[in-house]
Design a protein around this ligand. Sequence first.
Ligand SMILES: Cc1cc2nc3c(=O)[nH]c(=O)nc-3n(C[C@H](O)[C@H](O)[C@H](O)COP(=O)(O)OP(=O)(O)OC[C@H]3O[C@@H](n4cnc5c(N)ncnc54)[C@H](O)[C@@H]3O)c2cc1C
Ligand code: SF4
Length: 472
Amino acid sequence: MPKEIAPRNEMPRQDPRVRRRNFNEVALGYDLETALAEAERCLQCKKPQCIAGCPVQVRIPEFILALREKDMWRAVEVLKDKNSLPAICGRVCPQETQCEIQCVLGKKHEPVAIGRLERFVADWEREQGMRTPPLAPPTGKHVAVIGAGPAGLTAAGDLAKMGHKVTIFEALHAPGGVLIYGIPEFRLPKDVVRAEVEYVQSLGVEIRLNTVVGKLYTIDEMLKDGFDAVFLGTGAGLPMFMNIPGENYNGVYSANEFLTRTNLMKAYLFPEYDTPINVGRKVAVVGAGNVAMDSARCALRLGADEVHIVYRRSRAEMPARAEEVANAEEEGIIFDFLTNPVEIHGTDKGWVCGMRCIRMELGEPDASGRRRPVPVPGSEFDMEVDTVIMALGTQPNPLVFSNTPWLERTKHGTVVANEENGRTKMERVWAGGDIVTGAATVISAMGAGKRAAADIDAYLKDPNGPWWVGPE
Ligand SMILES: Cc1cc2nc3c(=O)[nH]c(=O)nc-3n(C[C@H](O)[C@H](O)[C@H](O)COP(=O)(O)OP(=O)(O)OC[C@H]3O[C@@H](n4cnc5c(N)ncnc54)[C@H](O)[C@@H]3O)c2cc1C
Ligand code: SF4
């Protein structure tokens, strides 16, 4: 008899009427009983498609089976064999477009909630106290990792397990990259990030904070001064603007600045923390990715009466995770689709007081495959707003490239690197994550960190052979 499939287990969440004014985590996690019930839904496929959807190839059915058998340490071990940051991935990975979209069950029913199970196992481990896995004997090689985001932390963790000495250089005063300065507490509690960073440190990785590479040392100097290899994982933290009149008024923020002040500098705990942030009554967030959703939801929690997402395309083209769009809508964020700002208005004192927009319609698909937005002539109108947050995308910060002209870059400012192994055009320098792809996802950055770590290890054991294999 075919197995009867129970419906997917819902994740309990804070009531939207309450959570729209607090920074506590929105999704509350499964309890053991619910996790076991969800694990029971997995078919334990002989040819599991879910693994192919995971950029770091977690052995998903195996960890779910261990959970089902209540062998929790085994579940942790299987998860962490491929993923050193599972509590983070369980919360922010776009599972709906990766492992879960491939899940066989999804063809006729709802897919297994793989991300929620991953989160459950990782949270269980954190509550018990994390265990450090066995490390390979020391190799005597020393690797520098620049940037303590998901790419750098993953590369560092894997290299440490392989027996290499690893030092991470991080510009900010806290490790985690976007996980600590960008993604808000209500989606990813910082205790979770700190615990997973501590796990990487427990593998012997040293993290040097407040160290801007490119200012204090160049990559060349690091290679000359004793590092055998350098991994670049500095992300894409440089914000982009629209270059429209009025963008310099007070009250216009880049999403990066707004989120960094709110999350890393803890403006939401002002005056307990010494970071003021000025959020008006009516806020417009321009863009519709995860960064825009996070900015809009933070603005609401910081006291705005009305927050708009202003997006030049339609709902169907929104790049944000569906779950986060639904959360934002439940909390009362207003979506203005097919709308594009053309000018920001300001008062005599230089503060934002409005935004002129134009209506758009969708034309033929562009290079991104999405339908190109085209302005509707004569459709301009004014929005009354006093804060504008630009969440239009980012590119790599060029600081790290100081005095390394031989590190080839694309016209978008990203580093040219071999996708398979992370090698750049500069010998003994690897790169991965947003610095190579432009703004992408946590798990794709981790995948790149893993591939680079494997190649660095292979190179350090046998540095012969051509360095760059691929197109010139
Ligand atoms: C607000 C926001 C929300 C997001 N939400 C999601 C989500 O829900 N799901 C998802 O999968 N992805 C999400 N992303 C994208 C994801 O966070 C990134 O793709 C990922 O963090 C990239 O990892 P990375 O390691 O390449 O870079 P980063 O996380 O950017 O880390 C780079 C690190 O390098 C440091 N650095 C930079 N320059 C230097 C230098 N010169 N010297 C030393 N250190 C330096 C930076 O301070 C930073 O700590 C979001 C991004 C943002 C901004
Ligand atoms: S594809 Fe879905 S049902 Fe099959 S093993 Fe993976 S998670 Fe389980």
